[in-house]
Design a protein around this ligand. Sequence first.
Ligand SMILES: [Ca+2]
Length: 134
Amino acid sequence: MNAKNRRMARGLVTGAVLLGFAAATPAFAEGSWTSYITGWTPGKESRRWTDNNTDAASTSVSFSGCSSDGGTGFRQAGLKLWKDVFGPDDDQGTKSNTCNSVYWGDKASGKYYFELWSVTSGGQLSVNSVTTRY
Ligand SMILES: [Ca+2]
């Protein structure tokens, strides 16, 4: 391969890597964190995270391995997303997580957290894996 073809080949590889990254970005989002929940009661708040809104990813909370202490077992957890602002925090809406993923859409930049709003059935929620993407 002469020098010109090598340069061209390198350009194609770089282009492919950049395209791959751009295509992967919405799926992975600009940020995420994974944790777990043990014996949460309504009113309990998650950690805070900062969304810089550098992508169009929908803010989501994914649960797997859910249990609650009520007689009919885990049915759903109401999760309210809050934007942490000066003064009363800004209610972004409540989603019913049935041990799956719930989405609030692409959020403006800011600091966010979710609050356990309700549990069915019972009064305490445990989740083996909690992943928040934003
Ligand atoms: Ca984002």
